[in-house]
Design a protein around this ligand. Structure first.
Ligand SMILES: Nc1ncnc2c1ncn2[C@@H]1O[C@H](COP(=O)(O)OP(=O)(O)OP(=O)(O)O)[C@@H](O)[C@H]1O
Ligand SMILES: O=C(O)c1ccc[n+]([C@@H]2O[C@H](COP(=O)([O-])O)[C@@H](O)[C@H]2O)c1
Length: 213
């Protein structure tokens, strides 16, 4: 059974760094990547745009991109969008043998021990960790280092060969885009350069999103 890659995020808004990570995973593993906007993202304040707006912008960013698709399942579940719940849902649909992988940036990965029911995660999926400027995938916090020992895979093939429990470092040219910086620029009326897809920038302006006050 082929690997299914899931890429969760707040996507507030989706930017060129997200797209670079999703494309690199698609091309490295040769399978589609499903992007899941978090309705009520845990461990952070309320997003600057509604879940509906963020999901719509994500769909615009992915239009015409082969092998990248939006999965809105977290928008249909009340309460915090815990990843463990999403993975349990996906595991129930896919069955016990299908390899599942959760894709995330190195900054999010370092925070994994604070995630809801984090010891259960490795039994549900692999983790694919994308490089991000300023965030190492080495020298991990002790609890995470202990949980990762012996699980790092050198080849993408290792993830297709087991349903869950392995880790893979996704190498790509580090991309500096950040949604926090984008929201600041949008609120200040500053140029956003090439961090936003043109259709996304147009729709943000049309809906009046991320304006100051
Ligand atoms: N430039 C980037 N390079 C690598 N990974 C990234 C990059 N931007 C975001 N990610 C990863 O994508 C996922 C979703 O990120 P998120 O939507 O929180 O974007 P963000 O730019 O980190 O936003 P914010 O500044 O609001 O925290 C996370 O796993 C994050 O680590
Ligand atoms: O389940 C958790 O406890 C948890 C804690 C922090 C982040 N996450 C998920 O990790 C993904 C990236 O989060 P963020 O905040 O960097 O956009 C997104 O899908 C979040 O729902 C999940």
């Amino acid at each position: 059974m082929s690997l299914r890659i899931l890429y969760g995020g707040t996507f507030d808004p989706v930017h060129a760094g997200h797209l670079a990570v999703a494309r690199a995973a698609r091309d490295t593993f040769g399978v589609p990547v499903h992007l899941l906007p978090a309705a009520d993202p845990p461990h952070r304040g309320a997003p600057g745009a509604s879940a509906r707006d963020r999901a719509d912008l994500l769909a615009l960013a992915l239009a015409g991109e082969p092998g990248l698709a939006v999965d809105e399942r977290e928008l249909h579940r009340p309460g915090p969008s815990w990843t463990v719940d999403t993975l349990r849902e996906l595991r129930a649909e896919a069955g016990p043998e299908t390899p599942l992988a959760w894709l995330l940036g190195a900054d999010a990965f370092r925070g994994l021990p604070s995630w809801h029911e984090w010891p259960a995660l490795a039994g549900l999926a692999h983790f694919i960790v994308a490089v991000r400027p300023g965030h190492e995938t080495e020298n991990l916090p002790a609890a995470l280092e202990a949980a990762c020992t012996g699980r790092w895979a050198d080849s993408p093939l290792a993830l297709a060969a087991a349903p869950a429990g392995r880790l893979f470092r996704l190498r790509l040219p580090p991309h500096p885009a950040s949604a926090t910086e984008l929201r600041r620029r949008l609120a200040a009326g500053e140029a956003t350069g090439d961090w936003l897809a043109p259709a996304v920038a147009d729709e943000i302006a049309r809906r009046g999103l991320y304006r100051a006050g």
